[in-house]
Design a protein. Structure first.
Length: 479
């Protein structure tokens, strides 16, 4: 679609003047800008308060563990420890799945506990309709404003009879369409401006990674541009402004509300169901019983383990070992159970990934799917980021339990230790505290982000490709 730049710019300026004179449009734009700015400030405050609370609880849990008195190490294994997931720096922009996944894990021996205390379980059902975050405003409400501003861009010209008049004055259909697209693309940029300012300030202050912040701006800019082009095209094809508005709102309902809400339920029903916590525990215990029973002297596995240990230390009897036999059995038992935990955790995550791939596959049908997936990945609030936290927690849990078991092996005598042997409380301070290392989101989810970005680009290019036939239709209408 070609056009003269001067005419295109003039059409765009006239459209901007018309929008500026539309008081309802100005008020709606100001309301959305206030929502974006207010949600950004509120979410920054909430994020900082939540992060401070979790840091305080983490420090309290670590301190209580360190202050425990002289005890048997295995008692400390079951005393356990709490760990809390820190929030990502960009969680203020897009909370993603963080409100549904839980943030607190209790660590203990022989068990792999799940993350608990998700906000969704402690809040009303309204949380499931979306939190007031900048991401929610841009994903859900901003397209409505774009539609409201652009639904009459061309249809109103046809209704007023000015379409033929403009053509008679030498304004080509391509020039007019390009000018309308430029005007409403600029309006979409103004809608994005408050969120862009918040992200740029966060990046400049150094507490948000600049790369993901800039990419967030890019994907949301593409998303709003898609809606601006779609609205202008529908307005160009509709005979009346009212028809364009009804059709665009219907499209918004399907793409933004209906499809994203129904896809997760469809994925859960079509794909393999995830085992419940109780079912997983039963399966793990059944598999563990197949491996062996350390309390059975005739058990093949632990009989072989005992022979290996006796040969390693060059003795004939368990009583002659220089280290505690019960502690060695505990370490081996923890190794076996942890292997089972890891296997079942990987299988569960694989099922979740299959469901997520099913949902992501509909990005070609609804751009909001691709946008949400990319937004959560860039903000570090997607399911993969949560899984990374659980992986780090499990590695720490295993090291934590085995360090206490090793204290039992090395510091409690194998014979004559008494009924309640204990070691010094100073040992508890030797156990390192949990320190979560946030992953680089571009490395963790670079492929997924690129794929979703490509979907948005394809959507925009496809819509722009429709401009040529729509311009021809306008030329025919103007005759």
């Amino acid at each position: 679609m070609s056009g003269r730049p001067s005419l295109v710019g003039r059409v765009a300026r006239e459209e901007w003047r018309a929008l500026a004179r539309n008081r309802v449009a100005v008020v709606a734009g100001l309301i959305l800008a206030v929502l974006l700015a207010g949600s950004a400030l509120l979410c920054v405050e909430q994020r900082n308060a939540i992060e401070a609370s979790r840091e305080r609880h983490q420090a309290s849990s670590d301190r209580q563990f360190d202050l425990q008195p002289d005890r048997h190490p295995h008692r400390m294994v079951h005393y356990g420890q709490f760990v809390f997931r820190p929030l990502s720096t960009l969680a203020f922009f897009d909370r993603g799945v963080d409100s549904f996944t839980g943030h607190t894990v209790f660590l203990e021996g022989h068990r792999q506990n799940s993350a608990n205390f998700s906000e969704a379980r402690q809040s009303s059902l309204l949380l499931r309709f979306g939190e007031l975050t900048p991401a929610f405003v841009l994903q859900t409400l901003a397209p409505l404003l774009v539609i409201f501003l652009a639904y009459g861009a061309v249809a109103s010209e046809r209704e007023r009879g000015t379409l033929r008049l403009l053509a008679a004055q030498g304004l080509g259909a391509s020039d007019m369409l390009a000018g309308k697209l430029l005007a409403h693309g600029g309006a979409a940029g103004l809608i994005l401006a408050p969120a862009a300012l918040a992200l740029l300030i966060a990046a400049l202050l150094g507490w948000a990674p600049p790369g993901p912040a800039v990419l967030l701006l890019v994907i949301y800019g593409l998303y709003l541009a898609i809606w601006a082009v779609m609205a202008v095209l529908v307005s160009s094809l509709a005979r009346r402004s009212r028809d364009a508005l009804i059709l665009l709102v219907s499209i918004w309902m399907v793409l933004v509300v209906l499809i994203p809400r129904t896809l997760p339920e469809a994925a859960a029903r079509l794909r393999t169901q995830t085992l419940t916590r109780i079912e997983t525990d039963i399966a793990i215990h059944a598999d563990l019983n197949k491996i062996g029973d350390s309390h059975d002297p005739d058990d093949p596995y632990f009989s072989a383990f005992k022979a290996k240990i006796l040969a390693q230390y060059g003795v004939r009897r368990v009583e002659d070992l220089p280290v505690q036999w019960a502690g060695l059995v505990g370490m081996e038992g923890e190794r076996l159970t942890s292997q089972l935990f890891d296997r079942y955790a990987r299988e569960a995550f694989a099922r979740e990934q299959a469901q997520n791939r099913f949902v992501r596959g509909f990005g070609a049908v609804s751009p909001v799917i691709a946008l949400r997936q990319a937004s959560m990945s860039l903000a570090g609030t997607d399911i993969e980021s949560h899984q990374d936290f659980l992986d780090q927690v499990e590695r720490y849990r295993y090291a934590f339990v085995q360090s206490l078991n090793r204290m039992q092996v090395e510091q409690i005598p194998n014979q004559g230790a008494g009924e309640d042997p204990r070691i010094a409380a100073a040992n508890w301070k030797r156990v390192p505290s949990f320190a979560y290392v946030a992953p680089d989101v571009l490395r963790l989810a670079g492929g997924r982000i690129a794929a979703n970005l490509a979907v948005l680009i394809v959507w925009l290019v496809a819509l722009l490709a429709l401009c040529a036939p729509v311009a021809r239709r306008l030329r025919e209408d103007a005759r």
